[in-house]
Write a protein that binds this ligand. Structure first.
Ligand code: SAM
Length: 214
């Protein structure tokens, strides 16, 4: 049984993060665009997204398609709605958490996430939930930041900065081995590619992008 049952919106950091991702979104996007183009290519007409934030991934949906957005952080909602309207995407905004989406079993063809498995309370429960809601043959497509290899300078920095980083970014951890979690989550196949960004946010530079097949 998962311990994650609710998302606590922080009065200060919720709006701060909404503003941060609006302002820095284009820079982050520029850094990860090749990876997103690859894994988010050819999205179907209806997509479930975990932690949509202020709408960084709307650009990968065709106008007229539907985004079922699982986003419990209210300060993100206004910007997300505005961005969806601008892109011509129908937004079905759900105030639930990725650990318990409330969506029916085997109801989704495609689930996507970017920079979310680092922040959810229980990534194992989230991956089980993704498997539950995906139809057989469906895909989970992700772009995420992960722990650097043990013994590296980046890994030491991720460890040293873990508290202020988590405080600022509402629980975000740079120390998660998400590749292992994805490979052991019970998907039929997982294709993922590790890569490194060269941004000033050193602890965030070790990333993976890929597709898990239900
Ligand atoms: C780092 S932001 C990334 C936002 C967006 N996906 C992007 O790439 O810009 C993490 C997002 O995950 C959301 N989040 C955190 N915990 C969550 C949970 N348990 N379920 C769903 N979303 C969650 C946050 O509200 C935030 O919007």
């Amino acid at each position: 049984m998962s311990s994650a049952t609710a998302f606590e919106v922080h009065r200060g950091r919720g709006p701060f993060n909404a503003a941060f991702f609006s302002l820095l979104g284009p820079y982050i996007e520029w850094n990860v665009r090749h990876h997103k183009r690859r894994v988010f290519a050819g999205l179907p007409g209806t997509v479930v997204e975990l932690g949509s934030g202020v709408g960084a991934n709307l650009r990968y949906l065709q106008p007229g398609s539907t985004l079922v957005a699982i986003e419990p952080n209210h300060p993100m909602h206004h910007r997300l709605r505005t961005a969806a309207e601008r892109r011509g995407v129908d937004l079905d905004l759900r105030d639930s958490i990725a650990e318990h989406t409330g969506l029916p079993d085997r109801s989704a063809d495609t689930v996507i996430s970017s920079l979310v498995l680092c922040t959810v309370t229980d990534p194992v429960a989230v991956l089980a939930e993704v498997r539950r809601i995906l139809r057989p043959g469906g895909t989970f497509r992700f772009v995420e930041h992960v722990a650097a290899p043990p013994g590296t300078v980046t890994r030491s920095l991720q460890r040293a900065l873990r508290r202020p980083w988590a405080w600022t970014f509402e629980g975000c951890s740079c120390e998660r081995d998400l590749s292992t979690l994805l490979h052991t989550a019970g998907f039929a196949r997982v294709d993922l590619e590790p890569y490194r960004l060269h941004s000033p946010f050193i602890t965030f530079n070790t990333q993976i992008a890929g597709v898990a097949h239900r």
